[in-house]
Design a binder for this molecule. Structure first.
Ligand SMILES: [Zn+2]
Length: 429
């Protein structure tokens, strides 16, 4: 930065963050001890109330927003979100830190209490420490240090904690974006502290298209299958077609997106489930029937160079081709969900700012990555029309959703330093 508008920076804020180590640990532990499991989506109000108490005491104006009517929202499990905003004395940009407050199920294999928040050496253990209550805590500490150090800043700092990212974000960021909380007029820079590692900037994610395919048959006695029509054999033909034509075509497509791990730089498809004929759970021996229906769910992840329409047409084209060649073949296809790919330009202000802050704080160049799966950036991009958004936060991505999940205190402190330095670059003018 050599232009006349170069922001003032100094190392004092980093000392201030170092002095908040105990506060950061206690905050992370408090958040982990509120078991915001999704499903079912519980204790969302409790975690929002906790954050409201903390942030309103520090001058933030807090708004609790329930995503009434969103998938999963009910009076028993209301989908609560919080947006906290602290306005500076002078006009300027708004920097928004968005974290999801929900965590996935515990699963087997834990040797620690998943909601105990135990501190052992440099690690805090618990479900959601890494994904992503540690990132939420780091962003709060960074924002608080910045506000104490620079009460005269320009613009606004926002912190949100939102519901249901783990189940698509429809009761969280998607709802807030629909209600106008994420528009380029209100918010100029978004940082999502997902666990990507403190030296990595995540520019976006691939897209996804989920569909159910059903093949049709005709029921008959199992001893005389020639009198019926086996839907599972038709599905076998579908799977053969995918093996022969779709999978090789997808493997040949490589994205320019810096997706990690590298295998996800190709188009991919998972066959999520297959069901046909009699239900697996039944009493006694199976009845002898030719199945008249077989269903699969496909999970097709696609690249920014592809379109969701193209992805859909490719699958339908193969099914239509099969229909023209295979006697009695009939199918139905139902879209279950779609997510567009999102990728922020490397030259976007939030990217260049955080990159500079990483160089300054960690003394190394950032690594740019994109995520194989999606996260809430999709809603900020598609619904909010806000393109200046990244994921940046502490933690090791591979620990997310695993037993004995943990977050490193040093990593949280380092990424909080990067976040605070980024705030200085964006909001001191
Ligand atoms: Zn997450």
């Amino acid at each position: 930065m050599t232009d006349a508008l170069a922001p003032r920076t100094d190392a004092r804020i980093e000392d201030r963050i170092a002095g908040k180590r105990d506060d950061l640990i206690a905050l992370t532990q408090d958040l982990v001890r509120i078991p915001t499991l999704n499903p079912p989506g519980q204790y969302y109000r409790d975690i929002c109330d906790y954050l409201e108490r903390r942030l309103s005491a520090r001058g933030f104006t807090c708004t609790l927003v329930r995503a009434t009517g969103a998938p999963g929202d009910s009076d028993r499990y209301p989908r609560w979100n919080i947006v906290a905003r602290r306005e500076g004395p002078r006009p300027g940009d708004c920097v928004h830190f968005n974290s999801h407050h929900d965590v996935v199920e515990v699963g087997a294999g834990w040797t620690r209490n998943p909601f105990g928040g135990a501190l052992e050496g440099d690690r805090i253990y618990g479900r959601g420490t890494c994904d992503m209550k540690g990132g939420l805590a780091a962003s709060i500490i960074a924002a608080e240090a910045f506000l104490e150090e620079h009460p005269d800043f320009a613009g606004a700092v926002e912190i949100s904690a939102t519901a249901d990212e783990e189940s698509g974000g429809y009761g969280g960021v998607a709802h807030l974006a629909k209600e106008g909380w994420f528009t380029p007029e209100r918010v100029q820079h978004v940082i999502i502290p997902e666990p990507l590692d403190k030296h990595r900037i995540c520019l976006g994610h691939r897209g996804g298209w989920w569909a159910e395919i059903e093949t049709k048959g005709e029921i008959a006695h199992g001893s005389m299958p020639f009198l019926g029509d086996c839907a599972i054999r038709h599905m076998g033909a579908v799977l053969d077609t995918f093996e022969e034509r779709l999978f090789p075509a997808m493997a040949a497509r490589v994205t320019e997106m810096p997706v990690v791990p590298e295998g996800a730089r190709n188009s991919t498809m998972n066959i999520n489930s297959i069901h046909g004929g009699q239900a697996e759970e039944h009493e006694g021996l199976p009845a002898h029937c030719v199945p008249d229906s077989c269903r699969i769910v496909i999970d097709r992840r696609f690249l920014i160079e592809e379109t969701v329409e193209g992805v859909q047409e490719e699958v339908v084209g193969l099914l239509e081709d099969l229909k023209s060649r295979r006697p009695n073949f009939d199918y139905e296809i139902r879209e279950l969900n779609r997510v567009i790919p999102s990728m922020t330009e490397k030259s976007a202000p939030v990217v260049t700012t955080v990159a500079e802050a990483i160089r300054e704080v960690l003394g190394q160049d950032p690594t740019y990555v994109a995520s194989p799966g999606s996260y809430d950036q999709k809603h900020i991009d598609r619904i909010g029309k806000l393109k200046n958004c990244i994921a940046y936060g502490p933690g090791v991505l591979e620990l997310a959703h695993k037993p004995d999940e943990w977050i490193g205190v040093t990593d949280m402190l380092d990424s909080a330093r990067v976040m605070a330095r980024s705030l200085e670059r964006l909001l001191l003018r």
